[in-house]
Each structure stands twice: as C-alpha cells, then as structure tokens.
Design a binder for this molecule. Structure first.
Ligand SMILES: *Cc1c(COP(=O)(O)O)cnc(C)c1O
Length: 785
C-alpha cells in the first residue's frame, strides 16, 4: 500500500467480494464473529500482525489472496451470508427494532451522547479503561436496539498508550501514531456536502477541529481531531492523546469536546432532542447550549432551565479527588471572553460550578454537569447512594435520600464479550437465537439447566487452552524484546496450565483497586499456590496511568513476584492489557477476582463479562456485585460495611479472601468426577450465567436509560417547544409549583422545583378566564382577572 498524504490506495478488489471495503468501514464487523472471519481467514498471520484492523488489513493484503477467495465457494458462501445479515441489520423494516416498536412516534428524534473515550475495539485505541468500554458498548447496543442515537468524542491520533514492562518491572509508555487512513473513519460532511470543520476560541487564538464519522452499526459516532492545518503545532497536538498533558491541555480538550461538540452537531445539521453527558468531561456543552439560548433572547436562568429539561448526566466517580476540576486562574484565562455571552459576571460564572477543594476554590466539571442537567445518575445502586451523599450539599434542605441522583447499573454488550465457544454452546442448548432473549430473566431461568455439565466444562476448557496459548505468545514476545535467549523463552511454553485453577485479575492499576491485596499475607499465599495436587495460578494485567507513580509501583511489585524463583509460573503478569486481551481473560480464567476499597468501585464491568462466559466472581460487595451476588453465583469478599481505617479494611478483606479461597473455591474446583468434571463448581458457573447474563447486559441497561431518562426528556423537550419557551417562560425562585397551582389544561413542563428556580410554560391561549397569566409570573387566580 502507498499512502499519499491521507489517501489510502487499496489493492484492486475482485468485484465478487468488493463489499469487504464497506464492511470494514462499519464497526458492526467487530461484534459479528463471522464477519471477522471474512478478514482473518484471508491471511491469519497478517490479521494478527496489523492488530485486527480490517481497513489496514485490506490495504496490506496480497491481491492474489483476494482473488483466490473470490473463487472459493466456502468463502463466498460465508461472504454472502454475512453481507445478507449486514444489509438486514443496517436497513431493518421500519418497525423491526425495539425502539421503533416501543416509541414509534419518537424515531426521528436524536439522542446525543458525549464521552471523552470510546472503547469499541482494540484496533482503535481511543479508550483507557472501563469508562471507554462502557461508551463503546453503549453505542453498539443503542445500534442493536435501533435508538436514534449519535455519539460525540475525539479521534486521538495517538490514543491511549501501549504498555511495556522492562526488566526492572517498570511500566514504560509508548504511543503508536494512528494513521487515519487506516482507521475506519471517514470525514463527516454537512448538509451542504462539505467536510465539517468547527472551531472554538482558546486564549489568543481560534482552534479548528475536523470532524470524522465512524459507523457503529446503524449509528454514527462523530470524532473530532485538531491535528489539521490551520492550527499551530502545539494545538495540533491537542487531541493527540487521551488524558495526556497538563491541566491546560485538559481544559482545552474539554472545551473542544463540549463546546466544539455542540458546534459539530449543528454543522452536521443535527439538533438533538436530548443530551447525555457520560462523565463530566463534556460538561461545557451545557454552557454552549445556554449561550445559544441567551443569544436568542432568554435570560441565563431561563436558558439553563431549558438546557436542563432535556439533559442527563451520568457520574462515574465515587472519589471526590477523581472529579475533574480547574483552578480559577485557568477559568479566567479560558473563559473571560465567554461569560459575558451568557449574560454573567465573572463571579456569577464561577459560582455555577464552585467547589472548595484542598487546593482552593475550583471550577468543578461534576458540579457544572449536575447543575445544568435535569436528570442525573450513578452507575450502580450503591454508587447512586454514595453520589447522593457526596453531592447532597448542592441541594441544601434535602435529605440524602431526596437528592435527585438516581442510578442505572452498568452492563456489557453481550456479543462483544461472549467467547465463540460459549456463543455456540448457548446457541445449541438455549436457543438458536438466544441473543434475542439476552435481557429476559425467564429465558435464562428456564433454559440454563439444558446445558449438560460436561459440555459447559469442555467449552470452558477450550477457552483456558486459548488463554494459555495467548499468554505464552505474549510472554515470549515481551521477553524476546528484553533480549532473552531461547532457553529463557522456552520457560514460557505451557506456563499457564489449563488444569490448574486460574484466578484472573485485570483492570486499570488505580490504587483503590488494591491489585496487591492477595500478597498481604505471604504465608497464606504460598500455601494457596504451592499445593502440587491442587495447582493454582493467578494472572494479572492492567495499565497504570503514566502519571500514577503508586499505581506503577504496584505493577512493578507484581512483575517482580512473577519473576521470582518462588512464584515463577504461579503469578503471571501480562503486559499491555487491552480489549483483545480482556476477551481472552474474561473467558479463559476460572474465577474473576476484584478487591477494591469499598465503596470506590462505582460499578465495574469486567466481572460482568466474566460471568457471561461462565466465570463466577470473587469480589468485594462493591459496585455491581453488591447487586449481583446471590450466594450461589460466586463469592463475596469481606463485609458490606464502611471502614474508617483502610489498613483494618485491607486486613479484614484479605483474610476473608484467603478463607474463601482455601475453604470454598479450591475444594469445590478440585472436587471432580472420574472424567475430571467438577459438578459442584459447574453449578456456580451456571448460576453466574443465569443471574448475570440478563441483568448485567447492556441491553437491560440501554432499555433502562431509554425508558427512565431519554424518552421523558425527549417528551419534555417537545413540550418546551410546543410552549414556545422563548415567549412565555415563567420563573419563580425557590417556590414549589405543581400542576395543581396552574389553571386547568395548563401544563408544567419542568417540575424540578427543588432547585433554586422552577420553570413552567404555557401557551397564552391556554390561559383560562379568571386567571392572570403574565410572562415571567406564576399564573394566579385573581378575582380581578
Ligand atoms: C471491561 C474492561 C475494563 C473495565 O474493567 P473494570 O472491571 O470495570 O475495571 C477495563 N479495560 C478493559 C480493556 C476492559 O475490557
């Protein structure tokens, strides 16, 4: 392939299979294994080498391989069936999707979803961890369910870093330049047919971002990129990396994401009916929407109420320090020309997001988001509760339980995470179309026992073998790079033993996740991993943020353990955790371990992926597991209580973990019949699948978001429009109003009366005799009228 600037030249494609290109440009292929096979089977080695990226793959493949495929009847049969499914998926009959069946009158509305990261596939490194995976899964399921949905984010040319562990166990970060010509994105065009470039003001300059369009099944994801010509070199680097750089870089990125994102949608001719802020990074979008309304004649308070009426904020951070906040110096520097456009003074502008931080007053993106959205939620029941407590001070006078922050527990996109062997097994024993019933609890209740123990065990065993092979390859690659010789590399052959009990621990190495908890009592750990009759291995993986020194120290500790004589082959660390590795781990280990400091894990999702594949969780009762655990589908570490001393908490939790491992998990796993099938253990596996597959699916989650938030907000927005909000909005600071206070037939459209203001709207024509209906006044019944 030759790249001329950003033009990719593909080899000539035989006409019979020329839709391979089109398919490569829709991420749909990533959750349809048969579509992946269409590429990988053409040249398995190349497919691995270029990291499973079909666009890049097609630019590299030898033309004769394509020609051979175009004449191979098996290949063509697969090709035709994939293309048929794809066409049917992309162009369903008008009433075939869940959304259009449930809400036919809303199908031409638009839900806009803003997120700083999207984890769609390993070949597109624009995610760092759970938040991104959640956004990626959200888009895929929104597509599956037919939601009128668009995503907005960044296309970071260097994305998140690649992790390498050196001899000393130190994490090193490297960045690959993503060539957009190799990404499945195309320049987005507006209604006028021109490519969309937007701009925002930064101190002393204007910066431009080009908008790219990435298709995720039926839905578009619009990703902004500042690496374009009119920008100064430093600005071109602005969107280079996810969570890279200092506070200035961060605020600039968030201005592009929030303010630029609103402008991008306008330029594309899209006017969303509702707006979803996934975490606070995009909160500036509410300011931009308010600015537009203020410029069209509303007061700031009115504008804010209108913005609130149709926006939702999902918070993910139960740790105060984890919330994004900027110093007043930075806000002065970046917003001094902006607050006037909102009709605000500096003090008023700062007040809307004011937070007293350890380092002084600051501008909190979470508070900004909370104050400019009408609906807010946490990501598990427990996290909802923690969030209500954390932000209660913003609603003076309300009890904690009245604080209007709800919760919807996270889930995972089933077909992105189910292993092929399990998918096939469910198809064979549950239902050929089991995917249609993913979120139906009854379906799983009624069918799970149809899977014979032996069959489930065989499928799981295949996954363990696949993980063992994968681990060997990864370890050899790493140590070859470190300059080790053949003899040392041979040590990694068969290092993971599919007959051992394999514990999996993989996630970001944030310190609250306590990756090293199991090392707290070395005596007990030795006992656990050193019984030759009952081999136990523990596989670790995960990246620490490059600036997180304590997190990196944990990696170093575990890496050194894994290289020590004593724990070699028992403790294993795999470098460069990503979506690809996650798929191996969540299906190829036996128990999924999670031991964060309760209640700091807002939800967690990797354990949901593991359960879907038949792995019981062994986890602290935090996040989703506090809801998921039922006593028979896994184990609960520690107690469901709050601690004030983290040392005491770690001591109690680690003792509980050792006890569960020694007295429950290990005996149950090794209690196997003459064919090596552990029936008691398999009952845990089935119970994990039965309880978690439906409840913690992305399908259940998206339906919840839609029913609880998106649809009511779209309806609120329709009401606002019908009521000509510009002409007739009334404000009544601090007063509780309800429909009872209004003339008959007059409807309150925003009832968030607990906030400092309440808004109600009506059409003048609705005013009843005997009532006074003046603009900016609560209608009153007066004998004079
Ligand atoms: C699922 C996933 C995560 C999130 O895992 P948690 O358990 O929520 O921490 C992070 N990274 C990758 C690559 C994942 O697949």
């Amino acid at each position: 392939m030759k790249v001329y600037g950003r033009i990719t030249v593909f080899p000539i494609m035989p006409a019979r299979i020329n839709r391979l290109y089109e398919l490569a440009y829709n991420m749909w292929w990533s959750w349809h294994p048969e579509a992946r096979t269409l590429y990988s089977s053409l040249d398995p080695e190349l497919w691995e080498q270029i990291g499973h990226n079909p666009v890049h793959f097609l630019s590299k493949i030898q033309p004769q391989k394509l020609e051979q495929a175009a004449e191979n009847t098996d290949y063509l049969a697969l090709y035709d069936s994939v293309i048929r499914n794809f066409d049917h998926y992309i162009h369903p009959q008008s009433d075939e999707t869940w959304f259009s069946i449930t809400y036919p009158e809303l199908k031409d509305k638009t839900i806009a979803y803003f997120s700083a990261e999207f984890g769609l596939h390993e070949s597109l490194p624009i995610y760092s961890g759970g938040l991104g995976i959640l956004s990626g899964d959200h888009c895929k399921e929104a597509s599956d369910l037919g939601l009128p949905f668009v995503g907005v984010g960044f296309l970071y040319p260097q994305g998140y870093f690649n992790q390498r562990i050196n001899h000393a166990g130190t994490q090193e970060a490297s960045y690959d330049k993503l060539h957009f010509s190799e990404a499945p994105a195309v320049p987005a065009v507006g209604p006028d047919g021109n490519e969309v470039v937007i701009s925002v003001e930064l101190p002393g300059r204007r910066i431009y971002a080009k908008v790219w369009k990435l298709l995720v099944g039926r839905i578009p994801l619009y990703l902004m990129d500042t690496d374009i010509a009119p920008n100064a070199p430093a600005d071109r680097e602005l969107s280079a990396r996810l969570y890279g750089g200092d506070h200035e870089m961060r605020i600039s990125q968030e201005i592009v994401l929030g303010i630029g994102g609103v402008r991008a949608l306008h330029a594309l001719g899209i006017s969303p009916a509702t707006w979803h802020l996934n975490e606070g990074h995009a909160a500036f979008l509410s300011l931009e929407r308010s600015r537009e309304l203020v410029e069209s004649g509303l007061s700031f308070n009115e504008a804010r109420e209108v913005v609130k009426a149709n926006s939702l904020f999902t918070t993910h951070t139960p740790v105060p320090a984890g919330n994004d906040a900027f110093s007043y110096d930075l806000i002065d520097k970046y917003f001094s020309s902006y607050w006037g456009k909102l009709g605000l003074t500096r003090e008023q502008f700062l007040e809307v997001a004011h937070e007293e931080n350890s380092w002084g007053p600051s501008y909190s993106m979470t508070i900004l988001a909370l104050k400019f959205t009408g609906q807010h939620n946490g990501v598990s029941a427990l996290h909802g509760d923690v969030s209500r407590k954390m932000w209660q001070f913003l609603w003076p006078g309300l009890d904690k339980d009245e604080v209007p922050i709800g919760s919807i527990t996270n889930g995972v996109h089933t077909f992105s995470w189910i292993a092929p062997e399990l998918n096939e097994l469910y198809g064979r024993y549950l239902d050929k179309d089991w995917g249609k019933h993913v979120d139906e609890q009854d379906f799983w209740d009624n069918n799970i026992q149809k899977i014979p123990d032996l069959e489930l065990w065989k499928a799981h065993y295949q996954r363990k073998v696949a993980l063992a092979d994968y681990a060997t390859k990864r370890l050899q690659k790493q140590h070859l790079r470190l300059g080790e010789g053949d003899r040392q590399l041979a040590e990694f052959e068969g290092m993971l033993n599919p007959n051992a009990l394999i514990l999996g621990f993989a996630r970001r190495f944030a310190t609250y996740k306590r990756a090293t908890l199991i090392f707290r009592n070395m005596e007990k750990l030795r006992r656990i991993v050193n019984n030759p009759k009952r081999p136990v291995q523990i596989v670790f993986a995960g990246k620490a943020h490059p600036a997180d020194e304590p997190g990196k120290a944990l990696i170093e500790y575990i890496y050194k353990m894994s290289r020590s004589e004593e724990f070699k082959g028992k403790i294993i660390f795999l470098e460069n955790y990503d979506i690809d590795m996650a798929r191996y781990l969540v299906s190829g280990t036996d128990v999924w371990l999670n031991n964060p400091i309760r209640p700091y894990e807002a939800s967690g999702t990797s354990g949901q992926k593991a359960a879907l594949n038949g792995q019981p969780n062994c986890s602290i009762l935090d996040g989703w597991w506090a809801e998921g655990f039922n006593g028979k589908n896994g184990w609960a570490i520690g107690e469901e209580r709050d601690y004030h001393d983290q040392e005491v908490q770690a001591e109690d939790d680690s003792n509980s973990l050792y006890h569960i491992l020694e007295d429950e998990i290990i005996p149950s796993f090794f209690d196997q019949d003459s064919e090596g099938v552990p029936h008691g253990w398999i009952s845990y596996m089935k119970e994990a699948i039965r309880t978690c597959a439906p409840q913690f699916s992305m399908r259940r989650m998206i339906k919840d978001y839609t029913n609880k938030y998106y649809v009511p907000e779209i309806r609120a927005k329709i009401r606002v429009e019908e009521n000509h909000y510009g002409a007739n909005v009334g404000l009544q600071p601090g007063k509780n109003v309800s429909n009872r206070d209004l003339p008959p037939k007059m409807e309150l459209y925003v009832t968030d009366a607990r906030w400092s203001t309440s808004v109600y709207g009506w059409k003048q024509s609705m005013c009843m005799p005997g009532w006074c209906c003046e603009a900016d006044q609560l209608p009153t019944r007066r004998s004079l009228c």
